[in-house]
Design a protein. Structure first.
Lengths: 109, 109, 109, 109
């Protein structure tokens, strides 16, 4: 079961790590105030990606619902992060977009 | 930061997925009673691996402490799973051992 | 913010604890096979309640979405648990129903 | 089992909520930069308290280990929060100290 979903699991794990790293790095920037929305979305995004991965790996009947919410939060987090030039924000935006896309592909399958 | 730890993050994510899958598959076996200890350890192991990954990715000062506990729970879960011949238990045992080893290497580094 | 939501936070925390306890106690019953669906739902329900509580406490814009999913999983878990006479299942069913109701009230507010 | 531990479960849930709320409120302060350490500790503290509650409720053999780590992180988060005059920081410091104390009492029992 979870082997067929390995690509999505990888995208989710990468997005969790990118969001956690981005939140920490944002807190160390000179202008933290500008990063507040980014940090807030990083927290939500890391959490929903982590739970979606677990529901997926366990074959939960509710994994599809979480994927939909996960794709939505990834989209918002990716949009916010993409507006900042910090390397960690750009990396996070990319991870969010890959994860959103992977969720949408899995929902369509 | 978290890129240097990518191997450990991969091992942790793989162990989370293997434990979640193993717990679900154990519940579908004919002799669930025999799998009770395995399911119980799968739950703890998935949880501690998931949190260790997040502390590691965020560069937490407490990541080392979680790695130590994570390695211990992975060892116990791997020992239990290795005693069952089901494919999901053997796969989980292997994931637990790789994760335990990755934690120990990271702690020694 | 989170003080206004204290009743929902309490219901969520109680449901997490009841589901975790129920899953463990189900694994110790003589007829674990009969409890497999209950254990599976307990895992999902504990997870979604725990995350909903965190999104609520942090004032996340996505808390409402999680409440809806949480109410749905609580309903299913409560229905399953209510079919078993074990004390832990009956207690879990009651906690699930209180939590479902608290989510629905918060969504309507 | 988990009923005997209700006081600790309550302290853990209250600390999760206080840390989540404090992190969000810190991000909305004028001087976010000064709150960076507080936000970072809030994240770790909410996570470890949430997991400790689950290990405790499920009767995990590893709950004691998590309590020790939880008490330590609560102590650090409480110390940091207590240095800030914001209401959310003072409330979080109080919740952390109650939770640290509850963990230490449970470990001694």
């Amino acid at each position: 079961m979870h082997q067929q979903n390995q690509q999505l699991l990888d995208a989710l794990a990468a997005c969790v790590a990118a969001c956690e790293h981005c939140a920490t790095a944002c807190l160390q920037e000179d202008h933290v105030k500008m990063m507040a929305a980014c940090i807030a979305l990083d927290r939500d995004c890391a959490d929903i990606c982590a739970l979606t991965a677990r529901f997926l790996a366990r074959g939960s009947a509710h994994a599809q619902h979480l994927m939909r919410e996960c794709a939505e939060i990834c989209r918002l987090c990716g949009d916010e992060c993409s507006q900042h030039q910090h390397e960690h924000c750009q990396a996070c935006a990319a991870a969010c977009r890959r994860c959103e896309e992977a969720c949408r592909q899995a929902m369509a399958a």
